[in-house]
Each structure stands twice: as C-alpha cells, then as structure tokens.
Design a protein around this ligand. Sequence first.
Ligand code: NAP
Length: 300
Amino acid sequence: MYDIIIIGAGPAGMTAAIYARRAEKNVLVLEAKSYGGQIVSTPEIENYPAAPHISGFDFATKVYEQAVALGAEFKFEKVTGITDGAVKTVTTSKGSYEGRTVIIATGSECRRLGLPEEGKLVGRGISYCATCDGGFFRKKTVAVVGGGNTALEDALYLSGLAQTVYVIHRRDAFRGDSSTSAKLSAKENVKLVLNSRVTGLEHGDKLTGIEVTDNSGAVSHLDVDGLFIAVGRTPENEPFAGVIELDDAGYIKASENCRTSAAGIFVAGDNRTKEVRQLVTAASDGAVAAGEAIKYLEDN
Ligand code: NAP
C-alpha cells in the first residue's frame, strides 16, 4: 500500500513526488511512456526562473534524478483505470496498485489535424516533435503548422537545421509569445503563411507536399519534405472519466487547490481546468497537490 500514487511523470507529477518524498511519504510514480512528458519535446526553455536556457530533455532529466535520489519509486506502465474508496486501486497494463491517495498528472497528448493519411505518414514526413525528428530534415524544406508557443519554438529550432521553414497558421496573429515570434520573423529562411490551413497531404511512401487553403478559399501547394504539427494538445483523462468530474473538453475539474470531485484524488498540471498551462504552473500544481495529499493522509 502506497501513501501516494502519482500517475504521470511529467514536471507536475515528478514535482509532486519530490514534495511527497520530502514529507517522507511512500510514493509510486506510474508513467506510460518515458519521464518528462510534453516538456522533453521543447528544444529550449527560456522562461523557467533561474534556468534561462535549458533544453526540455535536460530539465526533465534533472527533475527525474532529483525525485529518484529522494526515494520515489517509478514504474513504466500505462494506467488503464482507477477505483475510488478509502483505499484507491490503480490498474495498469501490468497489474494493480493500492494507494491511500492518488495524484493524477497525466498531462495531454498532441492534437492531430485530422487529415486523411495523417496517421500513416507519421515517421514518413509527419512529426509532432521537432526536437525528436528535426535532425532528419537537415538542409530540407519543412512546414510547421500552428500558432502557439510550441509551433513558434519548433519553427525557430528547425530554422537552424532546415533550408526553408514555412510556418502555417490559421489566423494573422500568433497565440505564442511576441518575443519568440519576433525572433522567428527575423530569420531569413522562415516564411510565414498566415490566414491559412493545411488541407491536404501529398505523398508516395513519404510526404512530398501539402495543400494549403487560405481563408478566402484559394488553394495552393507547397513542396515539403516534413510537416511538423503543433496545433495544441488534448488532456489524457479517459481512464478517470467515470470516477471524477471532467469538464466538456475533458479536463479534470479542479481549482487552485488541485482537489477533484473525489476525496483523496488530486490533479496536477495541464490536464486540469486552469487558465495558464506553463512549465512553472505544472511544477506549482505538483507542489500544491502533494501538499493536499499529505494533509488528507494526516486527517484520514
Ligand atoms: P496552443 O497554445 O493551444 O496553440 C495551438 C495553436 O494551434 C493555436 O495557434 C491554434 O490556433 C492552432 N490550432 C489549433 N487547432 C488547429 C487546427 N485544427 N488547425 C490549425 N491550427 C490549429 O498549444 P501549444 O502551442 O502546444 O501550447 C500549449 C501550452 O503550452 C500553451 O499554454 C503554451 O504557452 C505552453 N507552452 C509553453 C512553452 C514554454 O513556456 N516555453 C513552450 C511550449 C508550449 P488559434 O491561435 O487560432 O487558436
């Protein structure tokens, strides 16, 4: 029996593990993939206090090592369900674990454009991770679709590798930080394609080009070797839907205290209802959720 089972080893979950271990609770962290979550795909973090330049992978590795050094136990298993009660049971692809409290910190997954053949072309020209796959496109032509911080940072990173980077966004203003978009606009090999959407994929075995439709309905074509899709994320909360309340978009309903509708189950990070989804707010949620779980353990 664990004091606290944490589902998800991103910045929120691993911060929760650090706080819980410092309070000497026994902690299990369950993660379906590898540690780090979404942040490992960020080429460079520039807005985390006291770390003005650090790669997402290095950041995640430091947090993971800190949690392990403090004694948090990690198991890499996909969580498939949870049952509520005085003791909570978390079921995974490999077994089940009992905990007195649970912190759900599963984050979110990449949203797809929903184009025909999009799934089949992943790894054949389509990618959702510039730092993972950018190296395959040295001196080639790529497009990034999206207008948030992920798209802008991906495009900046790719501009250092690829010959030409198109940035395709459905509006005329970016959602991401103005400082990053200014850096991008200054790059000679970056071409902005605004008020436009990717509406088709051209390919043989691999992606060869994309169809682009602007907001007036005019259709054009771009030859590209790679398409990096960065159009936001959706929360990974399906295994918990029957147990705790979600909002219409699938986020776990919670306020700043990270409590869910079920006593003893807490949520931390991007998969909860909140205004600001940033690395620093994910880490903050981890600390708050761990604090709430510790209080719950003392009171029950
Ligand atoms: P996001 O901020 O939600 O931006 C998604 C972008 O994709 C928006 O520009 C949106 O257009 C566009 N979009 C959505 N659906 C689309 C579709 N079907 N077709 C075409 N375009 C579509 O997502 P994100 O960039 O992944 O960022 C997620 C969160 O992480 C944000 O809070 C972001 O600030 C944060 N983040 C922070 C950092 C950092 O702190 N260094 C790095 C990366 C991300 P509209 O603008 O028209 O809605």
